[in-house]
Design a protein around this ligand. Structure first.
Ligand code: HEC
Length: 181
């Protein structure tokens, strides 16, 4: 009885080691042969895209949870945020009445239209995303070059985007002159 158990255990261990070795070989095969197509002109398979986007969303949500957002934002903060947005975000994320830049249409993953998508993000998530960016996508990290107060201005503005008209957008952020790019 004991002998049967130990044979089973040995078989199990050998199975696990073999599976790990085969997985490593598969990774090395893909990395060295160029089998995986990384072209931005063609999307990943639906499964790989799902893995990337679900990983990204949950990673942001988990880390943003540790960031306390201010309870309210002033009009001055929103106007300052608009100025940053027009200088640093609009080419990729578009704005009310403004399309993405031509080159940004060739990015994959596509930068989401924040006029719609910002409704699904909490202010602390926008803050975290803008501060740290997203590796392996075109979303840059702005934390090295901007103070937290400026990042909150941007988050405050981004949260105003859903429902904003083109003329409201055009008028915002012209008057403050807080930050030149
Ligand atoms: C060069 C292009 C580029 C620039 C510039 C850029 N982003 Fe992004 N951004 C992206 C891409 C691409 C994604 C999608 C990342 C992903 O899905 O992995 C993204 C994602 C986001 C998201 C998450 C949206 C969602 O629905 O989950 C927010 C919020 C965001 N960006 C805000 C900003 C703000 C604010 C700025 C300016 C301070 C900015 N981004 C500048 C490319 C850009």
């Amino acid at each position: 009885m004991q002998k049967a158990q130990s044979t089973l255990l040995k078989g199990l261990v050998a199975g696990i080691v073999l599976t790990a070795l085969l997985s490593l070989l598969l990774v090395l095969f893909v990395a060295y042969t160029g089998a995986y197509n990384i072209a931005a002109s063609q999307d990943d398979s639906p499964f790989v895209r799902w893995v990337f986007s679900t990983t990204m969303q949950n990673s942001v949500a988990a880390r943003a949870d540790e960031v306390d957002a201010p309870t309210e934002f002033s009009e001055t903060q929103i106007a300052a945020g608009a100025e940053h947005y027009k200088a640093m975000c609009q080419h990729c994320h578009a704005g009310p009445g403004v399309e993405r830049a031509e080159w940004a249409q060739g990015l994959l993953p596509q930068p989401p239209h924040l006029v719609e998508e910002a409704a699904h993000c909490q202010p602390n998530e926008v803050f975290w995303l803008v501060k740290h960016g997203v590796r392996m996508s075109a979303m840059p990290a702005f934390g090295e070059t901007h103070k937290d107060a400026e990042l909150w201005d941007i988050a405050a503005f981004v949260k105003q985007l859903p429902g904003m008209t083109a003329s409201e957008y055009a008028a915002l952020g012209q008057q403050t002159g807080t930050h030149k790019h």
